[in-house]
Design a protein around this ligand. Structure first.
Ligand SMILES: [Zn+2]
Length: 310
């Protein structure tokens, strides 16, 4: 039913209960796509977990060993801000596999999404801010290793700067990293992305979209990627508990459409990951992520979108 495939596994849900990180959102997005007739069951692909070899292209041996053997220190677990469990590790390896799968399918079909992932705060040697391992970096390194791509672009619209992405790809001319985020918010420090767009508190739709467009123009002028990984964070939303921007749900959908329009016009395949989202009402976060899939559908099939009267 969708013109592209979605990577998803029920085990993405960490069942964290009252935690501010609503990991049930992945399942809710999947269920909503099916319920609303946007996607059919055949559109969903179950990812294989990333291999340790894949993970080790990005993360240090020592860190991977600690994750797999449950020997992180208390301080290291606190910094991750999610409770350690074997299920957490399984979920993270699966999410990384989902981003590899989405990247590969995007190269074949033009578009794909992982209904998960976007763990952009994970560094090579530690996890932080709900991010354990960096699924997008693992996917890029895997696809480069296979020779499927040489150059990738990461467009990260999560309200928090992509510090892990910047640290991993800093000084690497094969990966262009763009992060548009609230300046006075976690993380501190913010290692430099190729292009950082630091926004003041409280920015609204029109100003945000104008600034994003200007910098997308610059990014596609400066760099010619063979694959774009999009981190469509839901947390620039004005009702977000961990964000301080003031975008509306409609503005966020226009943001997605703007990025996808640039990719389409430059013939760059797009692999989507969801990244953050902590709205007071989880249904809003789910709506924002679902809209990202709808925006991709529209970009992938502009003529059929017109036929649906949109
Ligand atoms: Zn975030």
């Amino acid at each position: 039913m969708l013109p592209f495939k979605l990577a998803y596994d029920d085990r993405y849900d960490l069942h964290l209960g009252a935690h501010v990180f609503p990991s049930q959102k992945y399942r809710l997005v999947r269920d909503g796509l099916l319920r609303d007739g946007i996607a059919s069951r055949e559109d969903f692909l179950a990812p294989e977990p990333a291999s340790d070899e894949d993970v080790l292209r990005v993360h240090s041996k020592e860190y991977v060993y600690k994750l797999k053997t449950g020997t992180l220190t208390y301080a290291e677990i606190l910094r991750m801000e999610v409770p350690y469990s074997p299920e957490l590790i399984e979920a993270c390896w699966l999410a990384a596999g989902g981003s590899i799968l989405a990247g590969r399918r995007a190269l074949g079909d033009g578009w794909s999404a992982n209904i998960g992932g976007g763990f952009h705060h994970a560094y090579p040697d530690h996890g932080e801010g709900f991010c354990v391992i960096h699924d997008v970096a693992i996917a890029i390194r895997r696809l480069q290793f296979e020779g499927a791509i040489e150059r990738a672009m990461v467009v990260d619209t999560d309200v928090h700067q992509g510090n892990g992405t910047a640290a991993i790809f800093g000084g690497d001319g094969t990966v262009f990293t763009l992060s548009i985020h609230q300046e006075s918010n976690y993380p501190y420090p913010k290692p430099p992305s190729t292009l950082d767009i630091d926004l003041p508190d409280g920015m609204r739709d029109e100003d945000y979209l104008a600034i994003l467009e200007k910098h997308l123009h610059q990014a596609f002028h400066d760099f010619s990627p063979q694959l774009l990984f999009y981190l469509g964070g839901a947390d620039p939303y004005r009702e977000d508990q961990l964000g301080g921007l003031a975008l509306t749900i409609e503005g966020l959908a226009r943001r997605d459409g703007l990025v996808f329009d640039y990719a389409r016009r430059h013939n760059v395949p797009v692999a989507i990951t969801l990244a953050g989202g902590y709205a007071r009402n989880v249904a809003d976060t789910v709506r924002i992520h679902t809209n990202t899939i709808l925006a991709a559908r529209e970009a992938a099939e502009p003529s059929s979108a017109a036929a649906r009267g949109k």
